[in-house]
Design a protein around this ligand. Structure first.
Ligand code: HEM
Length: 454
């Protein structure tokens, strides 16, 4: 049972300062994912990291306990709001569901949430089976591939169809590359202790603005095409056009819709591609686990997998949960404390940046048995019963958790089942190196030998 969040925090001890020397503290902050583990080991589950005087750089408080995660993410008031990274995103990409501060966010969430229920995502999800079959067919009988590049290709293909209702697979320039440039710029500025003023037209800023303009043109062209032709095959865009706030009846403006289409693509691309690449890489070291997935999918027959098959792909879903545990694409969820708040028994001062270390929690030996073993069996119903809901947060938690969770799981399940039922994978590297340009992605090609399954 989680205790309710306190209001009176004045008497609590301040979150303890992390004892690492300055340089190591700085490196740990930059190494978003593995850095969290070092900060927890040296400073405990709630640890305050300072990089300079408060007026220059806000204190950063890393939180890696389930109770602490609940105390921050579970808040329904305005005591924790968006971070500098979100503000940078809003400035570059406009108001979207992910970057809006809590107050203007609420009506947007009310309007969009009904479009992303398990039932509704079926109307625009489901393109993954075709995309995965096409990519796997292209591999032929036997070849070597980069799992990361292949998963990116198939995710962009399916996402383009699902979100924008258009084929983007041969047009990396239309979305993938602009997204990479824009998100890298946002993350870079959002995490710098000191940054150039926004009005300064640095080359990086010009590139980011041009990338954003390209994405907005694409989203707007599609939106106008859908308005002109209500029969155009783009169900999510049509659903956004028809969506209204249940409390006020207000519809979304064209600008809102364009911004959110880009946000959905941004939030869904790297994350889904990396989840799939990691799952395939892990399976590439476990022939027996691949056989279990293949058997499960074979029970369905030769036809294309659809959303209706997902309940029968139970083991495939467990494999994805385990991939999301060891490699959570969103390895950190950040908030700004708007007033002094209690986090796991400590006081966190107003103005602090509070970072929930999802990656470190997912690998904590105090929370998971043999945490580094890839063991999908952890996620059977029986083994999941009684687990603290706040120790496993691939899609976050609380009011601002992921709106695309059902959509992402549908897409990833169909892709994994489709690939593994026809293909055997042997991973050629022992490691899956990670980098965090914005979300957590593969830092290098992930080589694997793929061949047709007998
Ligand atoms: C495996 C894939 C995905 C993972 C691991 C993931 C993870 C997350 C996490 C952890 C958050 C919460 C961040 C926070 O608390 O600050 C989040 C938020 C969000 N995600 Fe996802 N996501 C995935 C796919 C998607 C997809 C496909 C979409 C597109 C529909 C999407 C749209 C969003 C949006 C719009 C938010 C902000 C929600 C809000 O603030 O109300 N995500 N995601």
């Amino acid at each position: 049972m989680v205790k309710p969040i306190e209001n009176d925090v004045g008497s609590l001890p301040l979150a303890p300062r992390n004892p690492l020397p300055f340089r190591q503290r700085m490196n740990a902050i930059r190494e978003y994912h593995t850095g969290q583990e070092l900060l927890r080991e040296t400073g405990g589950p709630v640890t305050r990291v300072t990089l300079g005087p408060k007026w220059l750089s806000a204190p950063i408080v890393w939180v890696t306990s389930p109770r602490g995660a609940h105390d921050v993410l579970g808040r329904k008031d305005t005591s924790c709001d968006r971070t500098l990274v979100h503000r940078e995103m809003r400035h570059l990409m406009g108001d979207n569901l992910a970057d809006l501060p809590n107050e203007p966010w609420l009506p947007r969430k009310r309007t969009l949430q009904p479009l992303f229920t398990k039932q509704r995502v079926r109307t625009f999800g489901g393109h993954m089976s075709q995309a995965a079959a096409m990519v796997a067919d292209g591999w032929g009988d036997s070849t070597e591939v980069d799992l990361d590049a292949e998963c990116r290709r198939l995710t962009m293909r399916a996402l383009g169809r699902s979100v924008l209702g258009t084929d983007l697979d041969e047009r990396a320039d239309a979305l993938a590359e602009p997204l990479r440039i824009a998100l890298a710029h946002i993350a870079d500025r959002g995490m710098r202790p000191v940054r150039a003023p926004r009005w300064l037209p640095t080359p990086a800023r010009r590139r980011a603005c041009a990338a954003d303009a390209t994405m907005h043109r694409l989203a707007n062209d599609i939106l106008q095409a859908c308005r002109a032709d209500p029969t155009r095959d783009a169900p999510l865009v049509h659903a956004l056009i028809g969506a209204t706030d249940p409390a006020t009846g207000r519809a979304l403006s064209d600008q809102d819709i364009g911004n959110d289409l880009i946000a959905f693509a941004a939030a869904g691309y790297d994350t889904t591609a990396t989840t799939l690449a990691f799952a395939l890489w892990a399976l590439g070291h476990h022939r027996d686990l691949q056989d279990k997935i293949a058997e499960e999918a074979a029970g369905i027959g030769d036809r294309e997998l659809t959303h209706a098959d997902v309940p029968r792909l139970e083991y495939t879903v467990q494999v994805l949960h385990e991939a999301l545990r060891l490699c959570p694409p969103v390895s950190v969820a950040g908030r700004t404390a708007m007033r002094d708040i209690e986090v796991d028994g400590y006081r966190v001062e107003a103005g602090s940046m509070v970072l929930i270390g999802i990656y470190a929690m997912h690998r904590d030996p105090a929370l998971w048995e043999n945490p580094l073993d890839f063991d999908p069996g952890r996620f059977t119903t029986e083994n999941s019963n009684g687990r603290n809901r706040w120790q496993y947060l691939p899609f976050g938690g609380g009011p601002r958790s992921c709106i695309g969770d059902h959509f992402a799981m549908l897409e990833a399940t169909l892709a994994l089942g489709t690939i593994i039922r026809t293909t055997e994978i042997r991973s050629l590297d022992d490691d899956f190196p990670l980098a965090v340009p914005f979300t957590t992605v593969a830092a290098a090609p992930i080589p694997a030998h793929v061949c047709a399954r007998n």
